[in-house]
Write a protein that binds this ligand. Structure first.
Ligand code: ADP
Ligand code: MG
Length: 236
């Protein structure tokens, strides 16, 4: 209000607005500013690795990705029903891009979100275990509306790391939506979880209970490779 009152007062006096209208304009400016500050805080707290928007995504170049579903997910109603999302596909096809864009959509929608890579979350658990703050970590994770685990399956996870992730998925079950991006179909998840078939089965049972699946065909080529080829063609 302090920042805007003179400008609003000028506009209101030139349009002969009533005092009540002036008050309303002032209140609306204040509310708008508070909302946008809160959204910025949520986006900062989400710790996304880069700004990536749905509007910058070229769906035509990745035809096997279901555009309708991505757009629907960006409306965020899956978060209210604690539905999870898995984005599966080969490298470079925009999995992380879509996961970040959905994180931003959630933040703008008033939801709290946090972006981790699989390696990050395993490290976060290890540090919390060492400092005996696992309970605090899990409480804060469970309070989130949305958590992204990017790049599951890229790096092998040892047994302790796998146990942390089982703990993580159990805590999130029916509490927090989780978006996973991965290059691995479900059948190969045990290999990333230190070969723990039974625990991985239990994890998948929970994770897939309410799940939206976005699959990008393995035959799809990396977006960067495609762009590079286009640029080379233009040059020659
Ligand atoms: P992945 O996570 O599947 O390996 P990324 O999301 O990291 O792929 O995509 C690699 C780069 O290419 C990023 O800079 C991303 O923004 C860009 N990119 C990928 N697919 C698209 C697309 N269809 N339209 C626009 N940019 C894309
Ligand atoms: Mg990625």
């Amino acid at each position: 209000m302090l920042a805007e009152y003179q400008q609003i007062a000028k506009q209101c006096s030139s349009s002969n607005a009533t005092y009540e209208q002036y008050l309303q304009e002032m209140a609306e400016a204040e509310i708008q500013k508070r909302d946008s500050n809160a959204t910025s805080r949520r986006i900062n707290a989400a710790k996304i690795p880069a700004m990536k928007e749905i509007s910058d995504f070229d769906f035509a170049s990745i035809p096997s990705l279901n555009k309708g579903k991505v757009v629907e997910l960006s409306q965020c109603s899956y978060i209210a029903s604690h539905t999870n999302v898995v984005i599966m596909g080969p490298p470079g096809v925009g999995k992380t891009h879509v996961a970040i864009a959905l994180t931003l959509a959630a933040c703008r929608h008033g939801c709290s979100a946090r972006f981790y890579t699989a390696a990050d979350i395993v490290n976060t658990y290890r540090e919390a275990r060492e400092s005996k703050t696992i309970l605090r970590l899990e409480t804060s994770l469970r309070r989130m509306d949305l958590i992204v685990i990017d790049e599951l399956g890229y790096l092998p996870i040892d047994r302790v790391g796998a146990e942390s992730l089982f703990g993580f998925f159990s805590r999130c079950y029916e509490q927090t939506s989780v978006i996973v991006t991965t290059n691995l179909p479900f059948g190969q998840w045990p290999s990333t979880f230190a070969g723990e078939e039974r625990m991985t089965g239990a994890l998948l049972d929970r994770f897939t209970h309410r799940l939206e699946v976005l699959t990008i065909n393995d035959t799809e080529e990396s977006y960067r490779v495609k762009q590079a080829r286009k640029n080379n063609k233009k040059k020659s």
